[in-house]
Design a protein around this ligand. Sequence first.
Ligand SMILES: O=C(O)CCCC[C@@H]1SC[C@@H]2NC(=O)N[C@@H]21
Length: 219
Amino acid sequence: MTATESTTGPTGAAPETARPRRRSTATDLAQIAVFAALIAALGLPGALYLGGTAVPITFQTLGVMLAGAILGARKGFLAVLLLIALVAAGLPLLSGGRGGLGVFVAPSVGYLLGWLLGAAVIGWATARLLPRYRILPALLWTALGGIVAVYLIGVPVFAAITGTPLGAAATASLVFLPGDLVKVVVTVLVAKGVHRAWPGLIEPKAWPWARRKAVDASA
Ligand SMILES: O=C(O)CCCC[C@@H]1SC[C@@H]2NC(=O)N[C@@H]21
């Protein structure tokens, strides 16, 4: 048997049962580890505390958004989870060299946990935006995951831990908005280029409402 036959069958044609090739677990793990490392590396420039809030402005949120937009929901979520697990184990991987269990009782812990939801929402939407990945919807969905979902957990937890009224905590979070909007734009432009260069990274999926319409039409 030739090398070609071993992958395509004796006729040289793809076997009829051939399915789209599922990437290996090793590749998945490598991608998850690379993005956890990227998020950690984006903490190296440091943490900026503005407006008297105990939550830092950090480039790490860019890494979280990129993880969702480039790896998809499951792997993006796992990359953030890996980073958080390493932080919990004591590694100083958060901006400003923070790490250890103390991080999980600090005012910023809600935002940290919000990163998990943010990466998952961005990844979920990105799978539905592909293969076209039009810029405007991508910007809206990335902002929904990378800003709204993250703040949705971050703001109330910050309010509860610091005893700040919810409205004041929400107002305080506005200091992050300009930087986070820039990160959304950078994420979408980078993701657009990456998905054009490596089209198989995230399997495109249908929006739930499009699937329902198809089912209704076939009934
Ligand atoms: O380092 C931590 O403990 C978590 C940092 C959370 C930072 C939040 S995430 C959303 C917003 N954007 C930022 O740049 N900072 C905050």
